[in-house]
Ligand binder design. Structure first.
Ligand code: AMP
Length: 499
């Protein structure tokens, strides 16, 4: 038995999938969790995002699914809509050799009626956020009687976000004979309590290799900070917070940066200031509906948007890799939110910078800075901003177009579109070079493609007028066309999106 995935006890078709996806060897959490999960045991897994934990529970779930039964067999609870989306996509990817597999995404912010219709037709697996799942269970739309396995993903974050009651209520709806797996980056007492209440004789497994420095884990259940983040703070004059923000953005060159605010009103203020100066910026706050949110994130991830200004709630669970810079316009009330905020910088081996604007309410340094240092056990360095230029001049120096622009195409997976079809259309008829095409994000009914900004207007036109797989699909450019200084936030392409 030479294949290490086969050695874990996975069936041949799933071993083949791991090969097709280029997984050479199982990760630590996969090695530890797959055998007990296949054996039907309850499990507590300590692991972070990026450790391969989705496959650690997804592969055993798929190994046990009976495609002939159109009933819910596996359920995954996630803290955020973004995470639920990622898990769903990962399950579909891993389920590529399961013909007819239906994975439902049951999250808030999307019409319930459509989710109910899908559930009526029957699904095998479902991924969702606790509130919406509970809603469907309470209304009988989701029938849990055939459920075999439930997974609580990022359980610590679900509790941090106040989902304790919903999670418990969801679990009470499920058959007692089910298998329960819980994954969490940290194991505070509240997680232990949850596990005791809802699991039986659970196996404990550790996913992460011990950190190279051998440092003790951070106290109070805050997630560990990735290494390689330079943490700084500045104390501006009273009323000069926005000026400090601009100076920070100018001081640390970035391809993309995330700015966190404590309030929606501050988000609006920052976005207005930066976009009026011609910067590539948009907002991410609780007022966006799911589609708008998705679209902003797609643009940010694919290099079509350089600055994103977010609140904590909206920013939770974002999986954005390799951010160069995170700025806190203000420190969060809850120090563990700081860790969530800056944990997205410097991923994947790149270094990142996190700067907090930390002026206390009564002058001096914000006392919340000490709380954060105590929580993380890491010092935050003072930074002096010595940019003598007035704010307007600083802002003008920052106005740089992003490298890419996003084209939205009114067709997706359901239209049997694949990334290769779009790449073909763009490099064929539209005449782009391969390296002028960036990320291709396929959704069910819509696709977002990043293309080099200079070529974007022509490419969108060519796609709109041409055919993909012999069919015509409406294609529109999102955001501002190259060189223009139009309004960025809330900009809607004239055709609007689906919905
Ligand atoms: P996750 O921790 O589940 O968010 O997974 C992080 C990423 O690692 C995903 O893009 C997976 O597709 C990928 N991945 C999962 N397992 C493996 C593996 N054994 N080898 C290589 N990549 C993997």
């Amino acid at each position: 038995m030479s294949n290490p995935f086969e050695a874990l006890g996975l069936p041949a078709e799933l071993v083949a999938v791991t090969q097709e996806l280029g997984y050479e060897a199982p990760t630590a959490i996969q090695t530890a969790a797959i055998p007990p999960l296949l054996a039907g045991r309850d499990l507590i897994g300590r692991s972070k995002t990026g450790s391969g934990k989705t496959a650690a529970f997804g592969l055993p779930m798929l190994a046990q699914v009976d495609l002939n039964k159109r009933s819910l067999q596996g359920l995954v609870l996630c803290p955020t809509r973004e995470l639920a989306g990622q898990v769903m996509r990962e399950l579909r990817k891993l389920g590529r050799r399961h013909p007819g597999l239906v994975v439902a995404e049951l999250i808030g912010g999307q019409p319930k009626r459509r989710q109910r219709e899908l559930l009526e037709r029957g699904v095998h697996l479902a991924v969702g956020t606790p509130g919406r799942l509970l809603d469907h269970l309470d209304h009988g739309a989701l029938d849990p009687r055939g459920l075999r396995t439930v997974v609580l993903d990022e359980a610590d974050r679900m509790l941090d976000m106040g989902f304790e009651e919903e999670v418990s209520s969801v679990l009470k709806h499920l058959p007692r004979t089910r298998q329960t797996a819980l994954f969490s980056a940290t194991m505070p007492e509240r997680i232990e309590v949850l596990a005791r209440q809802h699991q039986h004789n659970a196996v404990r497994v550790e996913g992460d290799e011990p950190s190279a420095s051998g440092e003790a884990p951070t106290p109070h259940g805050a997630p560990d900070l990735p290494v390689g983040i330079r943490q700084l703070y500045v104390v501006p004059e009273r009323g000069a917070e926005l000026h400090a923000l601009c100076a920070v953005l100018a001081k640390f060159p970035h391809e993309s940066a995330l700015v966190f605010c404590n309030f929606k009103a501050s988000v609006a203020e920052v976005v207005a200031l930066l976009s009026e100066a011609g910067l590539s910026v948009d907002r991410l706050d609780g007022d966006l509906d799911q589609f708008e949110r998705d679209r902003v994130l797609v643009r940010f991830r694919n290099g079509s948007l350089r600055l994103l200004v977010a609140t904590d709630v909206a920013g939770r669970g974002l999986d954005i890799e390799g951010l160069d810079l995170v700025v806190n316009l203000e420190l969060p009330q809850d120090p563990s939110a700081y860790v969530h905020r800056i944990g997205r910088t410097g991923r994947a081996g790149r270094d990142g910078v996190a700067v907090s604007i930390a002026r206390g309410a009564h002058g001096g340094t914000d006392r919340r800075l000490t709380d954060v240092e105590e929580l993380t056990g890491q010092p935050i360095e003072a930074l002096a901003l010595d940019d003598p230029r007035p704010q307007g001049a600083v802002l003008r120096s920052l106005a740089r177009e992003p490298r890419m622009a996003t084209i939205q195409i009114a067709g997706g997976r359901r239209d049997k579109l694949r990334a290769g079809d779009l790449l073909g259309a763009l490099t064929g008829e539209a005449g782009l070079e391969g390296d002028e095409v960036g990320r291709i994000d396929l959704r069910d009914k819509v696709t977002f493609v990043a293309v080099a900004r200079q070529r974007a207007v022509a490419a969108a036109k060519a796609l709109d007028q041409g055919r993909i797989k012999k069919r015509r699909f409406r294609a529109t450019l999102l955001g501002r066309p190259a060189g223009s200084r139009g309004p960025a936030p809330g900009y809607r392409d004239p055709g609007g999106g689906p919905r």
